[in-house]
Design a protein around this ligand. Structure first.
Ligand code: ADP
Ligand code: ASP
Ligand code: MG
Length: 814
């Protein structure tokens, strides 16, 4: 004999009930079976809602009633399209009783736990009747038995405790004479010794099945639900979660106690001592293996079996220096809560015994506070202890595994993973059995915490990066292309899952928590919401995803001003925008400090030399203890282009125009030609080397004339270039005469930096620098004569995008 239980979704529609029937048909060919059913999915909630509305004198309860009625009627007509009159009229009678009960609640304004149990029992009574009749109509040898006649409880309404002696006897007696192949039993419902209707607690149909399985000592209990087993974490919240093949009774109990709803916690208890395995299966995918819960579950590779959570927790803290001296303190505290029937979910006590922290369900917090403050009234008035402090909007997350006790460092891993993602932990408890470690965190962090821990313990190798891009122009497009192209490679070879979750330009922004489809991202902008810098930031914070990275591909000062807010929320910042790093030193330093404090990388390799590894090389030199003595560099692709093309046959004005036309200069070419851009770059390098310098400290020996520098607009500037052509020809002639090349050079020497045009003699490493290339020479203690040279294309959308990409990937390795 086997006991099978089908949950709400499994019996939630005629299509699913047909699936249930075909499973029953198959099983019953071999053996007699007992089938416990839940109410049709969602009906228990609806019944409770209808009751609440009626109790609140809200006529809308009739709407709920009608919805309940309609869903049952349509299931019947779909399941038994012909000759269904008797079934329909029986169900109509039951529904009439339900309606009368609701009307009664409405009239007398009363909904006691006792009435509530009567009300919700309709769910299972209806579903079990309909399923049994459907089976009969299809000529299956089935019989309905009301489990209220079998399961006897005390009168603890809404979560009654089972009287096992009578219950076991009833079940054995009934089944000793029953000779049908299939017995249908409603789950969840029961009766007290006094004959009152009781229920076994929300989710209690699982428990009914376990009680029956244990009473009859069957070989297996099967729980059929809407997921393929007990998962490593709630699959609705953690996409990467997977079903656990085998798990011990203790582990399953811990997981369900800490919120894995797939199994009602008390279910394990009746079958545990009898060693009856529980098999969790998916009604919608019966071919999948599911989970076996048994005594000797193999341990598997990981010491952690699963991660679960309970929401709506309130933390009660009782504190005070006088606590140690108060006799029977804990006894009084726990007794008070027990008297109020308040379930304690978690306990931690500081070893100094100055404070004790309890986790309870939020709904119990107010009663707990009142009761505890009253019991300790005297001690509170004497200031021996403080009034109880209640914190709400909390959740408990728990790591569960039998083998945790033989592995060191699990809590370390758990808390460092949470810490890195800025998840604040309010309290910690480790069960004495060392089968679970639990932590109290804010409700809003639950999803992020579950995913972070799942990644840490079950996907050791894969790290998900959640990228948010602002500025999807030229460079942004290239970056998106590169990420799209490399996605599969990164996932397979480097175990990095890079997803772009948000994108914005100055007008619109789009988001997709699961990752934006990169094949048509541009068209998604058509229907996108209007963007704002603050709106983008708010959304990134609200999504609260682990390993979030904000990428700034703008040249906007306003965007750079928000880096601090991103970093403070533990969101990494990757920028090619150099405004932040070249702003006031104080601001640069603040961002570095925030990055350290909040464990959020701040990377800007592309600020100098686009994709060339200039900043990282310098950082490595400094970190490894080398001393940088001087830096000599050509850092402007635009100026390099201009001076490589300018000569005595081509005037300066036309050369600059060409550079601008070909996209090598800023829209305002004065930013490049005045040397400001180069000055910002050497400033950043100087700062990376530990220099506390400001942009004003950099000597800028401009090669432009006074008229060029004072021009009011870009057009005026070009005019002055024409007028001053002889000046530029003179610069050229002087260099040519010495067989030199003109290069715009940035230098850093003993804490001082300067930029300016230089005549570079043949043989010098700068002499042959082509096109828009950059070069940096680091003279250090380890490289005193032959400098460490980084050279290559220092501008262009493609190389800048790849520099940004490299920064993003670097974050995965943190
Ligand atoms: P039923 O109505 O079949 O009893 P439940 O809704 O009570 O189903 O339980 C199944 C649900 O439990 C799943 O759909 C899933 O959302 C939730 N769940 C939470 N944690 C877990 C977990 N660790 N493994 C599987 N399911 C889980
Ligand atoms: N129908 C009840 C509930 O929704 C019992 C169950 O489905 O297990 O809680
Ligand atoms: Mg359930």
């Amino acid at each position: 004999m086997k006991v099978l239980k089908f949950g709400g979704t499994s019996v939630g529609s005629s299509t699913n009930i047909n699936k249930v029937i075909s499973i029953l048909e198959n099983y019953s060919k071999k053996d007699a079976i007992i089938c416990v059913v839940s109410a049709v999915g969602g009906i228990t909630d609806r019944l409770l809602k209808a009751g609440e509305l009626a109790n609140n004198k809200d006529q809308a309860y009739t709407k709920e009633f009608e919805a309940i009625q309609n869903s049952h009627f349509s299931i019947i007509t779909e399941l038994v399209p012909k000759q269904n009159k008797t079934i329909l009229s029986h169900v109509e009678n039951m529904l009439q009783d339900l309606k009368n009960l609701l009307d009664g609640i409405y009239l007398i304004n009363e909904l006691s736990p006792k009435t509530s149990d009567k009300l919700v029992s309709f769910g299972e009574l209806l579903s079990s009747y309909i399923i049994a009749e459907t089976l009969k109509s299809r000529s299956l040898n089935a019989q309905l038995k009301n489990s209220q006649e079998l399961v006897v409880t005390n009168s603890n309404f809404t979560k009654a405790e089972v009287e096992y002696d009578t219950t076991n006897k009833n079940i054995k007696d009934y089944f000793s004479t029953a000779n049908q192949q299939i017995t249908i039993l409603p789950g969840f419902v029961s009766k007290s010794k006094l004959g009152e209707i009781t229920t076994l607690g929300r989710g209690g149909s699982d428990f009914t099945a376990a009680i029956v399985a244990a009473a009859l000592q069957v070989e297996q209990l099967e729980i059929w639900t809407d997921v393929s087993g007990m998962f490593t974490a709630n699959p609705k919240l953690v996409k990467q979660a997977f079903p656990i093949d085998k798990i011990s009774y203790q582990e399953a109990m811990e997981l369900s106690h800490f919120g894995a709803k797939v199994l009602y916690p008390p279910t394990v208890q009746p079958v545990l001592n009898l060693n009856i395995p529980i098999h969790i299966k998916n009604t919608l995918k019966p071919e999948e293996t599911g989970t076996v819960i048994s005594k000797n579950a193999s341990s598997g590779k990981s010491p952690i079996k699963g991660i679960s959570h309970i929401s709506n927790i309130a933390l009660l803290t009782l504190e005070g220096s006088g606590m140690i001296g108060i006799p029977g303190f804990s006894k009084r505290l726990f007794e008070t809560l027990a008297q109020e029937k308040i379930n304690i979910v978690l306990i931690t006590q500081a070893s100094s015994e100055h404070s004790i922290c309890l986790g309870v369900e939020t709904k119990d917090a107010a009663i707990a506070k009142e009761a505890i403050d009253t019991v300790f009234e005297n001690e509170i008035s004497l200031h021996k202890i403080e009034p109880l402090v209640v914190e709400k909007d909390l959740s408990i997350i728990a790591l569960v595994g039998d083998n945790m006790k033989s592995h060191q460092g699990i809590s370390g891993k758990m808390f460092s993973a949470l810490g890195k993602n800025n998840i604040n932990i309010r309290a910690i408890a480790q069960g004495a059995s060392e089968k679970n470690i639990s932590a109290v965190i804010a409700d809003k962090d639950v999803k992020k915490a579950l995913n972070t821990l799942h990644e840490r313990f079950f996907e050791e190798n894969t790290k998900q990066l959640n990228v948010f891009i602002t500025g999807v122009g030229n460079v942004g497009e290239k970056l998106i292309d590169q990420i799209q192209q490399q996605y599969a490679f990164l996932k397979k070879n480097l175990k990095i899952d890079v997803r772009i979750v948000g994108m914005a330009n100055s007008k619109k922004m789009i988001f997709n928590e699961k990752g934006i489809d990169l094949t048509n991202w541009a068209t998604q902008f058509h229907h996108a919401e209007t963007s704002s810098l603050q709106g983008f930031l708010d959304k990134v914070i609200a999504l609260n995803l682990r390993n979030s990275i904000f990428v700034d591909i703008t040249a906007s000062e306003a965007v750079s001003k928000l880096y601090a807010d991103y970093l403070k929320n533990s969101i990494a910042v990757v920028a090619c925008n150099k405004i932040a790093c070249s702003s006031m030193y104080e601001n640069y330093k603040k961002l570095q400090d925030l990055s350290l404090k909040y464990n959020a990388p701040f990377l800007y390799e592309t600020n100098v030399g686009a994709g060339l590894p200039i900043i990282s090389t310098l950082k490595n030199l400094v970190a490894s203890g080398d001393k940088v003595v001087s830096i000599q560099a050509v850092l402007s692709g635009s100026l390099n282009f201009v001076f490589n093309n300018f000569n005595d046959k081509k005037n300066f004005h036309d050369t600059v125009k060409q550079a601008q036309f070909e996209g090598y200069t800023e829209p305002d070419p004065r930013i490049d030609l005045s040397g400001i851009d180069v000055a910002r770059k050497i400033l950043i390098l100087a700062r990376e080397n530990g220099g506390k310098i400001e942009i004003e400290d950099i000597e800028n020996d401009s090669f432009l004339t006074k008229a060029n520098l004072e021009s009011g607009s870009v057009d005026d500037f070009y005019e002055t270039l024409i007028a001053d052509e002889p000046h530029f020809q003179k610069l050229y002639a002087s260099a040519k005469e010495k067989n030199c090349q003109l290069k715009y050079v940035a230098e850093y020497n003993k804490g001082k930096a300067k930029v300016g045009l230089k005549e570079i003699p043949e043989g010098h490493p700068f002499y042959n620098l082509e096109g828009k290339d950059n070069i940096v020479m680091f003279y250090t203690q380890r490289y005193p004569e032959q400098p460490l040279i980084v050279k290559g294309a220092g501008a262009g959308a493609d190389v800048t995008a790849s520099g940004l990409f490299a920064d993003i990937i670097q974050i995965a390795n943190k």
